[in-house]
Design a protein around this ligand. Structure first.
Ligand code: C6P
Length: 408
């Protein structure tokens, strides 16, 4: 089924915004954060207007209502990723915090000096730095699955790394720079065969593809609401029950305890054990509304639309002399096109495009080692979502020709 994009765009008020008089925004930066539909904005607005109260604490109507809304959103998120139970979905601030939660709890309880953790060269800093910190503290070893010139993981090297019996394999489902969609089920199965636990950074996949944690058989999975039409300030960690139950708590404080004495405490049950303090309640409600919106359209339909836009964008970008797009062909990637252009600094490209309202990101996109691998400090990156159009791609292309004119 194809997407009625012009109807969908009406749900996103910001897409009508003029960023300068007469200059409408062309938003091509959804990989950094997605825009929000009215239903999400209104769900949060309604929550504050009608139901605001703290959760899990009161017996009054508002407290019961806000608790129910917070928990209903968790149920929706669990169903969205096909988690066996909502108890396995822990609210965090974002993907970064979800990965840090695993690093601070599971990893510190289970990894010792010399243990091997496998990552990849295409990781976002949020799946590198927590492990660097653990390596410095514990003396764990880090090894990396290399990235090939065409932006794929070198699975032959992965096979030889697995022979060294790693304890953990933590990797991105979809690269935020190359767009590469990694064969997660296969990587996870092979990690399990070698006896390793797996972490999937799904920050870029859950918003764009149908992701099923049971089909993947993944142990932990991290994602953020703000990249999937939801608000900032909230994300989730999915985990297998036995692992989550055996893990020590993360942050200590209210709500994460069953009982506290002056000299001891007993942690709460899942998922509350990992949710200390007053959480982002309105944001959870917005997260649930975002999942409703995505479901109302269908993830297969969204993925098909993004594929069509990406294929078109790559075709048009590759026509431009002096422009190099990084990453694999459209059939192996999501809606991301990172490129360098004729020696013009990516920030200059982004700045000139901005004059026409075209919003892209320039820089290392929190993936410095990957840029280093390709021998470049930065790229310009256009990215797409369900509201992106071919017309917007055409504007991007016109803008790049303008950059060529400016820089001669
Ligand atoms: N990438 C980008 O512009 P947070 O910031 O915690 O919500 O997500 C972190 C993160 C983790 N993994 C991947 C693959 C990501 O792409 C991101 C966020 C944004 O590419 C912001 S740096």
């Amino acid at each position: 089924m194809s997407l009625d994009v012009s109807r969908i765009r009406q749900d996103f008020p910001i897409l009508n915004r003029e960023v300068r008089p007469g200059v409408k925004v062309v938003y091509l930066d959804s990989t950094a954060t997605s825009q929000k539909p009215l239903s999400v904005i209104e769900a949060m607005n309604d929550f504050y207007r009608r139901s605001n109260a703290n959760i899990h604490r009161g017996v009054h109507v508002l407290a019961e209502e806000s608790t129910a809304m917070y928990e209903q959103a968790r149920e929706k998120i669990a169903k969205f990723i096909n988690a066996p139970s909502a108890r396995q979905v822990i609210y965090t601030r974002n993907t970064t915090e979800s990965i840090n939660l695993v690093a601070y709890t599971w990893a510190r309880a289970n990894l010792k000096r010399g243990d091997l953790v496998i990552l990849t060269e295409m990781e976002h800093h949020s799946n590198l730095v927590p492990w660097h910190m653990l390596a410095a503290e514990r003396g764990i070893q880090l090894e990396f699955i290399p990235v090939t010139d065409d932006g794929l993981l070198d699975l032959g090297t992965y096979k030889s790394l697995l022979a060294r019996t790693p304890k953990l394999v933590s990797f991105t489902h979809m690269s935020n720079v190359l767009g590469t969609i990694n064969p997660a089920a296969d990587i996870i199965r092979r990690a399990h065969d070698a006896g390793a636990v797996t972490v999937l950074d799904a920050a870029q996949s859950v918003p764009h593809l149908k992701v099923d944690v049971q089909q993947l058989d993944v142990d932990f999975m991290a994602f953020s609401a703000h990249k999937m039409l939801g608000p900032t300030g909230i994300g989730a960690l999915y985990g297998k029950t036995a692992l989550l139950e055996a893990m020590p708590p993360f942050l200590g404080g209210g709500d994460m305890i069953k009982e506290v004495k002056l000299r001891s405490f007993r942690p709460n049950e899942l998922p509350y054990k990992f949710e200390a303090g007053t959480p982002a309640i309105a944001e959870a409600v917005g997260f649930g509304a975002a999942v409703d919106y995505l479901n109302s359209i269908g993830m297969e339909t969204i993925a098909a639309h993004e594929h069509e836009i990406t294929e078109y964008a790559l075709e048009r970008l590759e026509e431009i002399p002096g422009l190099k797009v990084f990453g694999p062909t459209a059939d192996k990637k999501g809606g991301v096109a990172s490129f360098t252009f004729d020696g013009v600094h990516p920030h200059d490209v982004a700045q000139i495009l901005d004059q026409d309202g075209i919003a892209i990101r320039a820089g290392h996109h929190c993936a410095q080692p990957l840029h280093e691998k390709f021998g470049i400090p930065a790229t310009s990156r256009a990215s797409f979502y369900l509201y992106s159009t071919k017309d917007e791609v055409d504007k991007l292309i016109e803008g790049i020709y303008k950059v060529k004119k400016v820089f001669g």
